[in-house]
Design a protein around this ligand. Structure first.
Ligand SMILES: C[S@@+](CC[C@H](N)C(=O)[O-])C[C@H]1O[C@@H](n2cnc3c(N)ncnc32)[C@H](O)[C@@H]1O
Length: 571
């Protein structure tokens, strides 16, 4: 996905360079794709002109709207016939034992089922069959309960009851190792370890620095997103509110066929923003990479209790903190956080062409959201409409400046965003399955050192892959590996002769490869080694162990997330 984006962008830069030749008659790529947008921009130079403003883009979208929309993405109403059709596609995948793909279809079918229809019950029952087949009996039981609650037909009940009885007899207690480290926390940011401070770096802007030593394995940050949205590919696999990956127990929005939630609580919390997009969710979620600006706008509007005049006044004179790091999260105030979002500073340079695409997208979003009666009723005057569209642009640019890319879903993690990037990071940021980020120390960090993680590029990816990921950063990396003033010294240290005990290294390798040993034992052995030989970083042997440790942490994290999810659903 990332590579595809990168290639598309590169292609467009080439196109721009030869734009004179391309100004007329460019073939339009898949409607709605980034590729298509870039081509349209090149073919319509007035959109790239300096005086092009939100009205220029709005007029263009109003007159040409039909060529941006791909009809498959249009929101469809709930419908029994369609739900049954999608379920049948799921059944075919199930028969071929393509369980994950089958689950996605069952979720889509559940979402398309009219409220209280038997299709809903069939969807849950089929989902239980997948989990039964895979041996996840507790999750299967939750889905059987959902099917029963939603009028599963009496005539078919015996089959479901037999599956239920089988699940109960097979249920086992499954345990995963825990690698929690509890550190004293920052009094103002209770989800960040104490002893980490913001500081200005001459070339990287604000950075985070250790004010005390940290050990390998220390969990220094656990953060939930301020706001998040799922991409089109994930609408039937992730919660629309908290973006947790969740194939097993998503429940549908009662009013649309696109949004799903973990449970009633996520559904309730989502309403602040979802009520503005219910009915156009399919259209908005296909705009990969660009939905966060509008989402932040509606998040803000909800904080002002839908009073657009009040919000406009507030935004004109908003004076917030220049960094989320300075907020007091122990007295969490979403309005202060929103204000900080508006005023926080970042050093990311502007990207002219990319900003044009954001303008273009904002105009398309404007068209889509104005179809929602609630939005139309609030945005009454031209000034209010312009304000909304301008916010879509500004918030998207601001979001891009403040954040880092982790996956294809959109999110804003205020505190994690304060940390810089390094291609030789001393922490790892994990959020494989869920919405919560966890920052874990990979190797000893001494007082005074910068704390960083990788936004994507990492020196161990090999030159070509590393180069590719560096391109997608959107800024020139100045970490120890890439900064021309530092890289020679870094390389010299990599190739220095090993100063670690060969016997100890052999023991660690043996422990890691021993299939009889638990993850907890392996992590323990790795952590002790990494801690003891911290001074040898980045020598090859040492760096190799750190890499293995990073992989093991990721695996254990995934297992923990699965376990946490099972506990959440199964009690
Ligand atoms: C998410 S912010 C990180 C916090 C931050 N320094 C800031 O400006 O808000 C990302 C921005 O930090 C800067 N940055 C982070 N890591 C960097 C690095 N390795 N080299 C150069 N600049 C970096 C870039 O300007 C980037 O756009």
């Amino acid at each position: 996905m990332d590579r595809q984006h990168h290639e598309t962008k590169m292609k467009c830069y080439e196109l721009i360079a030869q734009s004179a030749a391309h100004r007329s008659g460019l073939p339009v790529a898949t409607p709605g794709s980034l590729d298509a947008m870039l081509q349209i921009l090149v073919a319509n130079p007035h959109l790239l002109a300096e005086d092009a403003d939100i009205r220029t883009y709005r007029t263009f979208v109003e007159t040409n709207g039909h060529c941006f929309a791909d009809p498959i993405y249009h929101d469809k109403p709930k419908c029994s016939i369609r739900a049954a059709e999608i379920r049948r596609e799921g059944n075919q995948l199930y028969t071929r034992k393509l369980f994950e793909a089958a689950l996605m279809k069952y979720n889509e079918s559940i979402c398309a089922s009219p409220n209280e229809s038997q299709d809903l019950a069939f969807g849950y029952a089929n989902r239980s069959a997948v989990y039964y087949e895979q041996g996840f009996y507790d999750v299967a039981l939750v889905n059987i309960a959902l099917a029963k609650k939603h009028n599963y037909p009496e005539a078919l009940m015996p089959k479901l009851l037999t599956r239920e009885a089988n699940c109960r007899s097979m249920q086992k207690d499954i345990r995963f190792p825990l690698v929690e480290v509890s550190l004293e926390t920052n009094p103002k940011i209770p989800f960040l370890a104490k002893g980490i401070q913001g500081r200005q770096h001459p070339s990287q802007g604000p950075i985070m620095v250790a004010k005390r030593d940290f050990k390998a394995g220390d969990v220094i940050l656990r953060e939930k997103p301020m706001i998040a949205c799922v991409s089109w590919e994930n609408v039937f696999t992730r919660c629309n509110y908290c973006i947790s990956t969740n194939l097993s127990h998503l429940i549908p929005c009662p009013n649309c066929a696109t949004a799903m939630f973990c449970d009633e609580e996520c559904m309730r919390k989502a309403q602040n923003v979802h009520r503005f997009e219910c009915g156009v969710c399919a259209e908005t979620s296909k705009m990969n990479d660009f939905w966060l600006g509008p989402k932040l706008f509606f998040h803000g509007l909800a904080l002002f209790k839908d009073d657009i005049t009040k919000m406009m006044k507030f935004c004109k004179r908003a004076r917030g903190s220049d960094s989320f790091y300075n907020l007091d999260y122990s007295k969490y105030n979403p309005l202060d956080e929103f204000k900080t979002f508006l005023t926080a500073k970042s050093r990311r340079p502007g990207r002219p062409l990319y900003d044009n695409i954001i303008q273009f997208n904002a105009a398309i979003f404007y068209e889509i959201y104005m179809k929602v009666p609630l939005v139309r009723s609030i945005m009454a005057s031209e000034e209010q409409k312009d304000f909304m569209q301008q916010c879509f642009v500004d918030y998207q640019i601001q979001k891009r400046n403040l954040t880092f890319r982790q996956d294809s879903n959109g999110h804003l993690y205020p505190i994690a965003s304060c940390f810089g990037h390094s291609c030789d990071p001393n922490t790892v940021l994990l959020n494989e399955l869920g919405n919560e980020l966890k920052m874990i120390v990979l190797r000893p960090i001494r007082r005074g050192e910068q704390i960083h993680f990788s936004y994507g590029p990492s020196y161990d990816q090999g030159p070509e892959e590393h180069e590719f990921h560096l391109h997608s950063l959107g800024f020139d990396c100045l970490c120890d590996v890439c900064d021309p003033n530092k890289c020679y010294e870094w390389l010299t240290r990599v190739t220095q002769p090993s100063s670690i005990d060969a016997g100890h290294l052999a023991v660690v390798r043996k422990v890691v490869n021993d299939e009889e040993l638990s993850y907890a034992d392996k992590l323990n052995a790795l952590q002790q080694f990494i801690q003891r030989y911290g001074f040898s970083h980045p020598q090859e042997d040492y760096a190799g162990v750190v890499l293995v440790y990073r992989g093991a942490l990721t695996e254990v994290h995934t297992a923990q997330m699965n376990n946490a999810m099972r506990r959440k659903i199964c009690g």
